[in-house]
Design a binder for this molecule. Sequence first.
Ligand code: GTP
Ligand code: MG
Length: 372
Amino acid sequence: KEGITVAELAKKLHREPAKLVKDLFMMGVPTNQNQSLGSDEVEIILAEYGVEAEQEVVVDPSDFDHYFEEAEASQDGLVSRPPVVTIMGHVDHGKTTLLDYLRKANVTEGEAGGITQHIGAYQVKSDDRLVTFLDTPGHAAFTTMRARGADVTDIVVIVVAADDGVMPQTVEAINHAKAAEVPIIVAVNKIDKPTANPQRVMQELSEYGLISEDWGGDTIFVEISAKFGQNVDELLEMILLVADVEEYQASSDRLALGSVIEARLDSSKGPIATLLVQHGTLHTGDSLVVGDTHGRVRVMADDSGRRIKTAGPSTPVEITGLQASPEAGDRFVVFEDEKTARAIGEERASRAQERRRQVTHHVTLDNLFETL
Ligand code: GTP
Ligand code: MG
């Protein structure tokens, strides 16, 4: 007879087999420990013990959370991946200058003329190791992205100008980084200036719990000049040191999952999205759903505009081939075939439309109240 033995069921229910035999006997089912039980008998026992039979989990294919949760929990085919670093700080403290220096100093040979197009994410190579930098347009964008589920940053570098010190947006950046629960590296910038006072910056930051190792804390501080490149290599080294400790990993052999860094509509190419691959490998020709839209990866380019066919974890890419322009912070999921991607994309689009309709309805009600 098929089924489960009394002993096996007892084990599953964390009961003594003898106790289960006795209880079954009291219910008018004489058995012994090796006897198989049918589903009717099992059901009676479960009901008696108040245990709910495990229900099949119904997964909503349009809900992206479980794809990411499953990928994060999986130990399958893990490979180490580059850290994803976001640079934040107060206005004019030198974020763009630092990013520019990092890029220029690392532009691959043969790329005379440098990079013209602006893209929101790029990779820098140091000692044959890659670091992915995100050039978030502002702190609000960072928060919006996180609110939309795109927790893409591994490390935050906070730039503080040594001639200006801690300012409101510095504090904002610290709070964002703390909320994201990621390691913070402080880059004390503009140390080439005669009015630079790095000690004051350290003093001010200590009030926000960022205490340098020299002062007995555990925050990494690097004094740099983004303009002249002084100690920028050291900053990169520190980033790689954090990466060594954290051991960032992801699977490279699954259908790709990731987030939108930015997107725009090109008059001739259509929607162009900068995506960050977080799990798996993205291929040209892949069918995917991005936010509330879908499509196929028609052309894929790396951060310097070169066409590529595949992109693994932590790689930023630009793609064309989407039906509509997604938004920064939207997530993307690749599906096995175009049909599935289209069905899920359309389902998500109609749900988004429904949400917008409800919001509009809400606003109308509010307006009504205001006029009363
Ligand atoms: P926002 O994008 O407006 O928030 O500013 P930002 O943080 O990107 O600052 P940005 O890199 O644009 O630099 C602001 C000014 O500071 C520019 O004139 C830079 O040339 C100058 N600057 C940046 N880093 C340094 C530095 O290390 N030394 C000196 N002397 N000037 C710097
Ligand atoms: Mg800037």
